[in-house]
Ligand binder design. Structure first.
Ligand SMILES: Nc1ncnc2c1ncn2[C@@H]1O[C@H](COP(=O)(O)OP(=O)(O)OP(=O)(O)O)[C@@H](O)[C@H]1O
Length: 254
């Protein structure tokens, strides 16, 4: 059984005012195996955010389902949903989403505070994680006192502190300079090698070339997918670039 199973996913947005409908996802099917690092690419408006919101249980599909470890996300309701999200999913966003009135340490610990974990247990989890992420020396500082790359590493600590089954990242390098982006992508590679499953939406070919597989979404459908295999990131980058060119050419002809 795959860790994540996406089955016949469909999403139609309806406008109550104009009566118009937009089909954002159309029969999307794919699996993510435990330990995979998957990137999702596609043009603006292709349905990536819609898909990520459904995988994050923030939105519901019009039809189809998402199973995490065999559990249907649609069947988790109300109060349980927030706790489920907190303990099974980790989130990393383009704009970090850190609380500026909390120290970096308190930001990283937030999911455990919400889960009412005891302080010594929280610190036992944070200390080695902060070491791995290279943020031990900035834990007492506030987000506005550190760089973008450091903020993103704090947000990765917050995402990983609960040992989530899957890390969902939405344009994690979108607000970073090239050096900080590379740092974050190297970190993703490292935590993935240690077993963390990652699903990352990105516009960046460079970021996608760090993944083991890239899924291409076009007009709400999985258009194509490619695996890195034994290739280097730069060889994979070339393949990603060729695929995107092919996708846009097909779009022109259509
Ligand atoms: N809340 C909404 N109501 C109506 N239509 C929506 C809504 N959200 C998205 N859409 C439409 O659904 C389609 C897919 O949008 P989505 O935001 O998922 O694309 P995306 O690939 O994430 O784009 P981007 O890369 O620009 O973020 C688009 O046509 C968009 O206009």
């Amino acid at each position: 059984m795959a860790l994540l199973e996406v089955r016949d996913l469909k999403k139609i947005y309806s406008s109550r005012f104009s009566g118009t409908q937009v089909q954002a996802l159309d029969n999307v099917n794919f699996d993510v195996q435990e330990g995979e690092f998957v990137a999702i690419m596609g043009e603006s408006g292709s349905g990536k955010t819609t898909l990520l919101n459904i995988l994050a249980a923030l939105d519901r599909p019009t039809a189809g389902k998402v199973l995490l470890n065999g559990r249907d996300l649609a069947k988790i309701r109300g109060k349980e949903l927030a706790a489920f999200r907190r303990s099974h999913l980790g989130f990393v966003f383009q704009d970090f989403n850190l609380l500026d009135t909390f120290t970096n340490k308190d930001n990283a610990l937030l999911p455990l505070v919400l889960a009412k974990e005891k302080y010594p247990v929280m610190m036992k989890k944070l200390t080695p994680l902060a070491e791995t992420l290279g943020i031990s020396s900035i834990l007492k500082k506030y987000p506005y006192e550190v760089s973008g790359g450091q903020k993103q590493r704090v947000s990765i600590a917050r995402a990983l502190i609960t040992n989530p089954e899957i890390l969902l990242a939405d344009e994690p390098t979108g607000a970073l300079d090239s050096r900080s982006s590379e740092d974050v992508l190297n970190l993703f590679t490292r935590i993935n090698q240690e077993g963390q499953t990652i699903l990352m939406v990105t516009h960046s070919m460079k970021a996608a070339s760090y993944a083991g597989r890239v899924l291409f979404i076009k007009d709400g459908r999985v258009f194509h997918q490619i695996y890195k295999g034994d290739r280097s990131s730069s060889e994979f980058y070339e393949d990603i670039s060729r695929t995107l060119t092919m996708m846009s050419r097909k779009g022109e002809r259509a």
